[in-house]
Design a protein around this ligand. Structure first.
Ligand code: NAD
Ligand code: UDP
Length: 320
């Protein structure tokens, strides 16, 4: 398979990683998916097993990464990503953001590959500037419960820039804002799958605080398009990818209830520590440099995601 680009995707069996595997295979790449299944599932890439350009390797990327042969691209997506996941795995989260990023960068350098790191809107913390442009340095509590994730990603960005500046590695940094879609785990604790699961089961929808905090949800296909464009661009500066359509969590809970036709009530629960009060991407840079903007509106994206969760729950019930 000469001239076929070879791409390593760490965390490739996760929610976003598995969609990237699909996309890069569709672009004609050979894809090596590397994952230790800490928060992801082999099921997410089961449909790719047997594809002649796909390989799945079980490996913890905080240890030395060995990949035989050339590599053109390294996409580092391995990391617990939902608050309950990184609160359950605080040390693993710090290790994969720090040691894992170092190993993945070392591999990219050795292979002469282009490197892309999955960073996050969490680098902005509880933001004092709204919406958040890439030039904002953020408001993060390093010793709070969420610090393990936020600081790991901030370190990962710093390490990426150091490899770019000192070793001349071609690097890309994507700051991902709340993304959703099929293959999210119903039990990952994030607002969207939690609300959908609760609505489908007729249980109360757990809104934390008074629900006035905002988020801006991006459908996964839009995110993947933005990541692909960023990777193929010549932009080594961080770029926000997200959907600026901002909504309060209370309005969002009501939207899920309406969409599912559920009889669920709202149950207010305490707001977790350091929960950001607002979040909305400024996507001017992505528009200008990548010609990118999201295309899928929330109602459409939620319907597609709901169909996935309904099918997932039905398959689980059949297995039981
Ligand atoms: P996910 O948990 O579904 O995927 C992460 C994957 O990384 C999992 O498959 C997990 O098993 C794997 N992993 C974790 N530690 C590993 C290790 N040491 N070695 C190998 N594999 C390991 O989460 P996701 O939502 O798909 O997030 C993917 C990436 O995108 C993460 O880096 C996350 O920080 C980033 N991100 C996601 C969002 C979002 O809204 N989903 C927002 C911002 C950033
Ligand atoms: N949230 C909520 N109920 C839940 C789960 C989350 O009200 O059952 C809130 C959470 O406090 C936050 C928002 O929804 O204000 C988004 O949370 P999520 O975990 O999805 O992502 P993040 O906080 O990382 O943006």
């Amino acid at each position: 398979m000469n001239n076929v680009p070879r791409t390593l995707i760490t965390g490739g069996a996760g929610f976003i990683g598995s969609h990237l595997c699909d996309r890069f295979l569709a672009e004609g790449h050979e894809v090596i998916c590397m994952d230790n299944f800490l928060t992801g599932r082999p099921d997410n890439v089961a449909h790719l097993i047997g594809h002649e350009r796909f390989r799945l390797i079980q490996h913890d990327v905080t240890n030395y990464i060995y990949v035989e042969g050339p590599l053109d691209y390294v996409l580092h997506f391995a990391s617990p990503a939902s608050p309950i996941d990184y609160l359950k795995y605080p040390i693993q989260t710090l290790k994969v953001g720090a040691l894992g990023t170092h190993k993945a960068l070392g591999l990219a350098k050795a292979k002469g590959a282009r490197f892309l790191i999955a960073s996050t809107s969490e680098v902005y913390g509880d933001p004092l500037i709204h919406p958040q442009p890439e030039t904002y340095w953020g408001n993060v509590n390093p010793v709070g419960l969420r610090g393990v994730y936020d600081e790991a990603k901030r370190f990962a960005e710093a390490m990426t820039m150091a490899y770019h500046r000192y070793h001349g590695v071609e690097t890309r940094i994507v700051r991902i804002f709340n993304t959703y879609g099929p293959r999210m785990r119903l039990d990952d604790g994030r607002a969207l799958p939690t609300f959908m699961g609760q609505a489908l089961r007729g249980e109360p929808i757990t809104v934390f605080g008074d629900g006035s905090q905002t988020r801006s949800f991006c459908y996964v296909d839009d995110l993947v398009e933005g990541i692909f464009r960023l990777l193929m661009s010549d932009t080594s500066d961080p770029v926000n990818i997200g959907n600026p359509d901002e909504i309060t969590i209370l309005d969002f809970a009501q939207e899920v209830i309406r969409l599912t036709g559920s009889a669920s009530a709202i149950a207010f629960k305490p707001l977790p520590e350091d929960d950001p009060k607002v979040r909305q991407p400024d996507i001017t840079l992505a528009r200008e440099r990548l010609g990118w903007a999201p295309k899928v509106d929330r109602t459409d994206g939620l319907k597609r995601t709901l169909a996935y969760f309904e099918a997932f729950i039905a398959a689980e019930a059949e297995r039981a």
